[in-house]
Design a protein around this ligand. Sequence first.
Ligand SMILES: [Mg+2]
Length: 342
Amino acid sequence: MSQGVRTRPEGSGQPLSEAYDTALLDLDGVVYAGGNAIAHAVDSLAAARTGGMHLAYVTNNALRTPDAVAEHLTELGIPTGADDVITSAQAVARLISEQVPAGARVLVIGGEGLRVALRERGLTPVESADDDPAAVVQGYGGPELTWGRFAEASYAVRRGVPWFASNTDLTIPSGRGIAPGNGAAVEVVRIATGAEPQVAGKPLPPMHRETIIRTGAERPLVVGDRLDTDIEGAFHGGVDSLLVLTGVTDGAQLLAAPPQHRPTYVDADLRGMLTGQPEITREGEGFRCGGWTATAGTDRLELAGDGEAPDGLRALCAAAWTAAGDGSCSLDGEKALARLGL
Ligand SMILES: [Mg+2]
């Protein structure tokens, strides 16, 4: 095992909302799902804010403007200003502005969020490969984006115009199921051109940098539901993270997480921001958290005891991550997770 690899979730004697100055919250699967607020999100965020924590919302979705996202959150009962919303459109616009002349034309394959972000950086959105663009940028365009837009991108990229993408999430959740995300659209252009875009969104550094610039956070806590975007983004940014189980990550994925996907803290939902986090202690060959003790056996994880489900999961994480070291745990955790209802 290399030095510094996380082998268990950490404890915190202080409520997380007091130990950190700013929460950098993911939206889908953390604050809302399918447009509706997730259980306990509204009350927990209100309490964290009342306690003095600054709340900012960080999304890879480049379609909606910060104004539109802030309005949606406010309607859900989470009063939010546009300044507290950071999108991958803003991150990619800054990235582009650092590589093209001031005021340069940028071919946009995407939605309004991308156009607004480019203008904010003094760039000029254009619609055709024949408009002599200095860059091409691709962001999620929603159901109205037509095939002809990918052709436009391909013409320009083939000519050698630098190509950027807001993010490369392959899928996007919708009320009716899983739809192709911007990453799928980027693949279309990649296949047609053989080129590689520069990408801004989570888990990559341009997005984290944009978030820190805009919030001025000194002790940020990333709060997310996805291991390969939110938690990995925090890992690369060198900041702490809280994984909540209200979104796409299940217990088995968490136990199998390699080091860059291991969060600092784990909790069921956003109420975890308002509390301390229990210590996990070594007990013989196992790890104890609350009333649970988890042990790594030869081919599976064992769980003994009783208590709160998140404590059992924390103990299992310690057993699994310690056994895996800097790899990924392959021990069977199915039975242990079933005991926790996870
Ligand atoms: Mg999410």
